[in-house]
Design a protein around this ligand. Structure first.
Ligand SMILES: [Fe+2]
Ligand SMILES: [Fe+2]
Length: 490
């Protein structure tokens, strides 16, 4: 009995822990909520109204209509909850996009279900959702789209239903992991081949017709044309994904990797106009990537976010020490700590402007303000105090917000440790490096900067170890190998 109670307690504890959000969810405005609700009602009506067209209508028909209507409405609600749970930063535009896809599929089922294979209706949208919102959202979308059929007269073959579920699940799971457009192309070729073989084995090869030109594409049950149509629709979907990315702000893995390309104009500008900041950025990428790998976070997201975190420094590169390269420090010339603090804050504000101009997706733009959080600009704050200027401490703090995700919090910590690690003596021991890292991280923690990030103590420990590992790598790179004039390495 006691064992059971302990097991139950453990279970409740694990459940409680699993409910901690990874990131604060974005609030949705009332008008958007209303639009989303109306679309859900429309989906439920489309999915169920045919049940009311039976004559004579009796109570059991009305009851079964009500059941279907409620089932689809609740299903749509669950889909929205799952998508918000998987993507806490999901915008109302993206939720509207997901449920509009459901609406489009339900309407197409009414219009085309008797002529087009359900595979071509359900699998391509699942690919878009998996790419943009993740596998779990895609799987929930697939389950609602496959279970609810608005046309009661159209009975989907059990084997076909099984193949549909398998193919759509494969696409949903792979779609969430795919990291390049080439892999997308492979999926859009291999899934139709798989569905073709599956139907051939389960439904029968007698329905295959390769040269029946008249009904080549649209004939229902014609396995070859079904698979061909699926491949064509999936290829078109891939062509349209970049358009959806830009209209609905979807952040696919492929888009993340494209943004991480150092030949992107904004990054090229950073390397040419603010070379010091660019070097700092590259080192931070290394630190943040290692730490994110250690805690199992989103490596592609942090690599790209880190690359853009300080692009705002492009507005005045020489005001930042890493770009001064021995030349005069403009902050000394103006000798006004309040103005200097404004210049520092401007690197965040201008960064957000660059992000908007270059259409950076929101999760990437979030790294710009959150890497600075509400940190105090200590140097200028003390300078102002020395000058006895009447000051408010908040004037010397960044505007925030503090990091809202594990990834932006890691970037803040990497940003803090980078300069200290770079400045460290090459002969410093691991213990000394770890002490410095711990001191910087502790100061951020004490200042409340990590409060919204949900980083656990264990994860902070792992982050420290990861930073230390990168420091060891840097030190190794900086050790000069002894050269011998007579030594030829060729
Ligand atoms: Fe910064
Ligand atoms: Fe930075």
């Amino acid at each position: 009995m006691k064992n059971n109670t302990t097991a139950l307690k453990k279970l409740f504890y694990l459940w409680g822990r699993s409910q901690v959000p990874i990131k604060q969810t974005v609030r949705i405005s009332r008008i958007d909520n209303l639009i989303i609700f109306l679309i859900c009602i429309l989906i439920s009506i489309i999915s169920s109204y045919k049940l009311l067209l039976i004559s004579p209508l009796n109570i059991s028909d009305i009851f079964s209509w009500l059941l279907t209507f409620t089932e689809v409405l609740v299903g749509s609600g669950i889909l929205i909850l799952v998508s918000r749970k998987e993507n806490p930063t999901i915008s109302s535009r993206q939720i509207i996009f997901i449920i509009s896809l459901l609406l489009a599929v339900q309407s197409s089922k009414l219009a085309l279900a008797s002529t087009i294979s359900p595979l071509s209706l359900i699998i391509p949208p699942a690919l878009i959702i998996a790419q943009g919102m993740g596998s779990i959202t895609a799987l929930s979308w697939v389950s609602i789209a496959s279970i609810s059929w608005p046309e009661p007269a159209f009975a989907i073959n059990n084997n076909l239903f099984f193949i549909l579920l398998v193919c759509a699940s494969v696409v949903s799971v792979l779609g969430g992991k795919i990291r390049s457009r080439a892999q997308l192309l492979q999926v859009s070729i291999f899934v139709p081949i798989g569905s073709f073989l599956g139907q051939w084995i389960l439904i029968g090869k007698d329905k295959i017709s390769l040269i029946d030109n008249e009904e080549f594409v649209f004939a229902n049950g014609d396995l070859f044309s079904d698979a061909l149509l699926l491949a064509i629709v999936m290829l078109f979907t891939i062509l349209f994904i970049p358009i959806f990315e830009s209209i609905f702000g979807l952040l696919t893995k492929a888009r993340l990797l494209e943004l991480a390309d150092k030949e992107k104009p904004l990054i090229r500008r950073l390397s040419l106009e603010a070379p010091g900041t660019f070097e700092h950025t590259l080192l931070i990428c290394g630190l943040a990537e290692e730490a994110t790998r250690m805690i199992g976070g989103d490596i592609d997201l942090i690599k790209t976010g880190a690359l853009y975190h300080d692009v705002g420094k492009l507005h005045a590169p020489n005001w930042f020490i890493e770009n001064q390269n021995g030349s005069k420090n403009p902050h000394d010339e103006i000798d006004d700590p309040i103005k200097s603090a404004e210049v520092l804050q401007a690197h965040v504000d201008e960064g957000l402007k660059y992000a908007r101009k270059n259409r950076l997706p929101k999760p990437i733009a979030d790294f710009i303000p959150e890497h600075q959080g509400t940190l105090k600009m200590g140097y200028f704050f003390h300078k102002a105090k020395e000058k006895n200027i009447k000051i408010n401490e908040n004037d010397f703090r960044y505007n925030g917000p503090i990091p809202q995700s594990k990834e932006t919090a890691i970037l803040m910590l990497a940003d803090g440790c980078e300069a200290a690690l770079r400045a460290m003596n090459i002969n410093a021991s691991d213990k000394e490096a770890l002490e410095i890292i711990s001191k910087i991280i502790y100061s951020r923690q004490k200042d409340g900067q990590l409060d919204d990030s949900n980083l656990s103590k264990g994860e902070i420990f792992l982050i420290k170890r990861a930073f230390l590992n990168v420091w060891k790598r840097i030190r190794h790179r900086r050790i000069q190998y002894p050269t011998n004039k007579n030594n030829t390495f060729s």
